[in-house]
Design a protein around this ligand. Sequence first.
Ligand SMILES: Cc1ncc(COP(=O)(O)O)c(C=O)c1O
Length: 464
Amino acid sequence: MVTERFRPFRFSRAGIRGLKVSATLEMNERVREMWDAGQDVFHLGFGESRFPVHPKLAEALRANAHQRSYLPALGIRELRETIARFYQQRFQMPISPTQVVVGPGSKSLLYALMMALGEEVILTQPSWVSYAPQAHILGKPVLWVPLQAEQGYQLDIDLLRREMEEDKEQWGNPEVLVVNSPHNPTGTMLAPERVRALADFARQEQLMVLSDEIYALITHGTVPHVSVAHHYPEGTIVLGGLSKHLSLGGWRFGLAILPAGRVGEALRRALQNIASSIWSSVSAPVQYAAVVAYSGDSEIDEYVDVCAQMHAIRTRYLYETLVEAGVPCVEPSGAFYLYPNFNQWRVSLVARGIQTSDELAFYLLERYALASLPGSAFGSPPEDLCLRLSSSYLDAGTDEKASALVEAYVADPDPQAFIDNHHPRLREAAACLAEFTADLEKGQQRNVKVIVPAVPAPKPSNLD
Ligand SMILES: Cc1ncc(COP(=O)(O)O)c(C=O)c1O
């Protein structure tokens, strides 16, 4: 008898080895288990805009269901022209259709761009969960530049310069800088003067800036959105898409605006190669529907603004709850995220066996049924007790609820009434957070004599 020998498959280092299961996935799985077991969970971990598909876009998608051919790898001409016009009108960016490329989500375009561009990637700490794994898969070293809460999470150019100088001795010149405003996870936006300083610095250092502006149309009206491309068009690639402001993450549509001229042309060719070898093109019906999304249709544009206002009210309500409860949190100005910090209750938390943001997030879930994401998922040092809270899910969990919210807001846009009359879950979650912090405060008084060692914060490494 022939016995079959166990021969394990061999996995590539880039693809599988060394990549840990993300805390995001673990958290979502745990929430799913709790839901399946009939438990009630306040999901503040879910970063997806939930408002309904605009009827004109649903209709455009239906009307184009018969489009079944492969399309040009970088997008149909009509769509690229429409997007160029939209960006000119909405963001005053004088771009031509040849600079526009589309892909299946901005995430895929970002990955393709990282693949096409130079070696080392500069990321802020914290930053969105996917940048570092993408760099890791591509075998690119990451230079982390910390953002400080005390500076409102604004990128500190002097610190960036110092970090780059130190790094150059070891690795050579970093060439790619990823910036993201409005920012996931902190909900902050780069101030216009900071954008200008950053652009000047990037030009001086000849950095290619990947400017992730996927939340550019979800701002709270307190800080104007200014793109680095405004001041440094020759070295900035802007990323955008439909996922956030039109709640169409599942349609998988993203775009990139390349610099004009020879740099842009070289990048276009590289992207054309990558796209045609990997995903061929964005799904045909989605491309035709995207033409409508970027057409400047006044009803769609108004809907985008209404959604942004609702996100702002919901996010600011949570922010105010945190401030009232004494939780340090930088004021959000865009997207639907908050990044509160619980370090001041370290004594009380250590007494409960909590030393890291992962432990904090899971404790909150188990004890208070509050789901959030730990700061460590965004590259913050594990001992920094930050959580990312998202206001996007509660009271908008189903299409019916999300539609009812839109109707209610349009009928009465008063922020207080909108929260009081239509957000029972968000208010419960806020009360829960307040109760948690009150408990921490009591524990802190009791355990104040416990001496907590200060742990030096290690930098995250993209190699582990
Ligand atoms: C900062 C940031 N960039 C990009 C994306 C991905 O967007 P897309 O759906 O276009 O791939 C997300 C989604 O969560 C995000 O938060």
